[in-house]
Structure formats: C-alpha cells, structure tokens
Design a protein around this ligand. Structure first.
Ligand SMILES: [Zn+2]
Length: 143
C-alpha cells in the first residue's frame, strides 16, 4: 500500500487482529514523508458467500445471489426503528448475525436464505421481542 499523501512506499508500524470483526487493523508510515495512516483488512462477503434461495412455501427457488452485508443491515435496522439506539444496535446485531452465519456457510460459500432469516429472528428475539415480531412480519415468506 502506498502513501495516501505522496504515493511513496509505506511500512507497517503496528498491526492488530480485531477478533470481534475478524479484521486486521494496520498502522502504516510513509518511508519518504513520514505521514501515518491506518488500513483495515476484512472479509469480502460479496465475493465469498452465495445466498441460495430455497423458495419457501412451494414457490420456485430464486437465482443464487452474493451475500450483501448492507442488505442484512437494512433489514435489521427496519426491525429496530422503534428504538432510540436503533443505529448502534443494528451495527452490533448485524455483526453478531454474520458471525453466526459464518459457522453455517458451506465450503463452497453457499448459505441458505432461510438460515439468514432464522438466525436474524433468533438473534433479534434475544435482544428485543418487538424487533423480532417486526422482522417476522417483513420476512414472513422466508420463515
Ligand atoms: Zn508519503
């Protein structure tokens, strides 16, 4: 990675594995202008996980699609809209849900859409029963 200020080579001066987000944080220093900046390496879920739509209630299975973190995040946020702390709650719960889903992903990266809905509603249920009810209402076709 080159310097964001002058484009010269950089060196890593500090590095930490962030267990909770399964990411690696690095502090870099430019070898020329000595500017310091941070980088973060994390899993590219869109390129790693494929959602398989099982076609709940007798409908046809949908085309497999990349797993989109923001789509899950928006569905959780929509369920938490009644809470004054909806945004930070959403960020934390989405990480928890993705962490649980990581244990269910097949070696081919496949993930059932029904598993996403089930894990989401179970996680919401433990956190806020109203939110779980909202999620069920929005995703009744997947549960
Ligand atoms: Zn520089």
């Amino acid at each position: 990675m080159v310097c964001t200020f002058c484009g010269s080579e950089t060196q890593v001066i500090n590095s930490r594995h962030q267990k909770r987000t399964n990411s690696v944080w690095r502090r870099r220093k430019c070898t020329v202008c000595e500017q310091v900046f941070s980088t973060s390496e994390q899993v590219d879920y869109e390129k790693s996980w494929i959602v398989q739509y099982t076609g709940a209630k007798g409908s046809q299975p949908g085309q497999p699609q990349p797993f989109i973190w923001d789509k899950l995040l928006m569905s959780i946020y929509a369920s938490l809209g009644h809470r004054p702390t909806a945004l930070p709650d959403t960020l934390g719960l989405t990480k928890t849900i993705v962490g649980t889903l990581g244990k269910l992903v097949g070696q081919d990266g496949g993930l059932q859409s029904a598993a996403i809905a089930t894990i989401s509603v179970d996680t919401l249920q433990r956190f806020d029963k109203v939110a779980a009810t909202m999620y069920r209402a929005y995703h009744s076709d997947a549960l």
